[in-house]
Each structure stands twice: as structure tokens, then as C-alpha cells.
Design a protein around this ligand. Structure first.
Ligand SMILES: [Zn+2]
Length: 324
């Protein structure tokens, strides 16, 4: 179920600000397992499972958006100039197949000889007029998904953070009665600055929050002789201690580690020196929210071949079910 959900999520494009189709799919799937769903102004999909008196309000988030591109200009030659939506690495993304919001297909390539790496899209048009028939300024583009299925490991673009969405969906499916009120938010615009989580965190006003996102697994061949690899693929969900935007609340870290022990699943501690998650916005909401993060170890983050291990996703679900 978890694998099928993830594979389906990988087929739905949704760069930051354009997550509607992804939200439609998730809402249809989780509706039977929650008491209510709604979208807020920023497009966050909010799913609430009611609790009992005396229970806590627990906010769980996973972001729906993925990095992508937006058309900024159409050249006389028919090439499209694009800007990045989110933390795109030209070196990792160039030479990819892309699809535009207009439905046009093309390839993304790096400008030849430029001082600063700059990407363009070739949609097969040989003039401005031809290009304008297929695309316009403001159209978005994303890398077209090819999935490599290696059994328990899968590689595809946008495991960040569709793997977190899959974990959250599966948790809602399996969650039985709890006294706690569960507010599961599939957030928007994380990749451009945690924008959806900022409003969702404020609106939810929770007693406790846990964000679900990928983290780097730099356990692949490297010329750097450092023991620091952030996390290791297949060694269990990672419980965040710190990243650039959050020092996880010690009580939440302790609760997550206890939940992992209770669930009898492997887990690892994570410190990420660059990057952050929805948790960075949520923990500063209102008077402050005790916040932690469960991270899915992921190799090649923000490349079109992000790799996760389904056993780590399954572990994350089991940890959450014990926590809730
Ligand atoms: Zn992410």
C-alpha cells in the first residue's frame, strides 16, 4: 500500500505554488480515514481526525510541492528561458526531460559557456511564434519522472517530499482510535521558504508538531574522508536533532525515540548542517510549538534520481503510530 501510494504520488507534477492536483489525489485517498478535510488560502490540505477530551492537538506535516522551473521569457529562436522554483542545482538537473504546465514536453539544458550556470528549455520550436503556441511566460516545468524500482529501494525525482506525503497518508490509514486530535497537513510552498507551513502552523495552534521530510543520505562513494554522512539509507527513519532552521525540542526527540523503541524499529539520529523543513516555521509559530522531525534518508536529494528505501518509510509510519 505504502509503495503503491508513493508510486502514484510520483506521477503527479506539482511545483511550489501549483500543488492542486497532488492535493486532490491525497484528499480523495485519506477522506475515509479522517473526520474532515479542507484547503486553506495557501492551498494547504488540512485533514483532521478528532480526539477526546484531555487529548493533545498534534500537528503532522509533509510538503506536497517539488522543485521546478518557471518560464521567464521566450527567445526569438524558440528557446525558453526559465528561473528556478526552489533550490534547483543546475549541475544536478541539466540534461533532463521536462514537462510544462501547458502539456508541452522538452529538455532542460545548461547554457553553453555561461559564467554563471543558467538553464534553458528546448521544446522543439524553431521560432518564437512556434514556441508561443506551446508555452507562455509563467508556465511551470518539472522534470519528467522515471522510476527505478529496485525492490525495497526506489529512485525518482521528487521523493522530496512525496515520500513524506506517502508516510503521512499511510499513518492516517492505519491510525486507530486515539484521544489526541490529529491535524495532518499536506503543505504547500516548502521549497520556496516554508510558506504553507507558516500559515498552517499558526492556524493549527498545536500542542506538539512533527514534520516529515527527506534528509540527505550521503553514504555513497565520496572522495571526502569524513564520517559525517547525515544519515544512512535503509538504517531506519532518522529522528532530527538539528538542522539550519530548527533545534528539535528535546521532549519531542525523547518521545520520538521512545516511540521508535516501542515500535521495535531501527532509527538513527540526524544532524543536517544545510537545509531545513516545515518544522523550522512551525516551531516559531505563536508562542512557540514543541517540534520535531522524522526524516526519510534520501540519496541524491534534488537530483532527478532521488533514492529512498521503503523500509525507512515503513519505520517512520510505525514510529508515528506509537507516538499518536
Ligand atoms: Zn523537502
Amino acid at each position: 500500500m505504502l509503495k503503491d501510494t508513493l508510486l502514484k504520488l510520483l506521477t503527479i507534477p506539482g511545483p511550489s505554488g501549483f500543488e492542486g492536483a497532488c492535493a486532490d489525489y491525497i484528499e480523495g485517498e485519506v477522506k475515509p480515514f479522517v473526520d474532515e478535510t479542507h484547503r486553506d488560502v495557501l492551498g494547504n490540505l488540512v485533514c483532521v481526525k478528532k480526539g477526546a477530551p484531555g487529548g493533545k492537538r498534534i500537528l503532522l506535516t509533509a510538503h506536497m510541492d517539488e522543485i521546478g522551473f518557471i518560464v521567464t521569457a521566450i527567445e526569438d529562436s524558440g528557446f525558453l528561458r526559465v528561473a528556478a522554483i526552489g533550490g534547483v542545482s543546475p549541475a544536478l538537473t541539466q540534461a533532463s526531460h521536462v514537462v510544462l504546465s501547458s502539456g508541452a514536453q522538452g529538455v532542460l539544458f545548461l547554457e553553453d559557456g555561461a559564467d554563471k550556470p543558467s538553464l534553458f528549455i528546448d521544446i522543439g520550436a524553431s521560432s518564437k511564434e512556434e514556441a508561443e503556441a506551446k508555452a507562455q511566460i509563467g508556465d511551470w516545468a518539472v522534470v519528467r519522472g522515471v522510476v527505478s524500482d529496485m525492490g525495497s529501494r526506489l529512485a525518482a525525482p521528487y521523493m522530496d517530499d512525496r515520500s513524506g506525503c506517502a508516510v503521512l497518508m499511510e499513518t492516517l490509514r492505519r491510525l486507530e482510535k486515539t484521544d489526541n486530535e490529529i491535524i495532518a497537513v499536506f503543505t504547500t510552498q516548502e521549497e520556496v521558504g516554508l510558506r504553507g507551513a507558516t500559515t498552517a502552523g499558526y492556524a493549527a495552534d498545536p500542542d506538539l508538531a512533527v514534520a516529515l521530510d527527506v534528509t540527505h543520505a550521503k553514504d555513497f562513494p565520496s572522495s571526502r574522508k569524513s564520517a559525517y554522512v547525515v544519515s544512512r539509507l535503509g538504517q531506519g527513519a532518522a529522528i532530527k536533532i538539528m538542522d539550519r532552521g530548527l533545534i528539535a525540542h528535546p521532549d519531542v526527540v525523547a518521545a520520538l525515540e521512545q516511540a521508535a523503541r516501542d515500535a521495535d524499529v531501527p532509527w538513527q539520529r540526524e544532524i543536517l548542517l544545510g537545509g531545513s523543513t516545515d518544522g523550522a516555521a512551525i516551531h516559531k509559530s505563536r508562542g512557540g510549538v514543541p517540534t520535531g522531525v522524522i526524516s526519510i534518508p534520501c540519496r541524491y536529494v534534488h537530483a532527478p534520481c532521488e533514492m529512498v528505501d521503503l523500509r525507512d518509510l515503513e519505520g517512520a509510519v510505525r514510529i508515528l503510530l506509537k507516538l499518536l
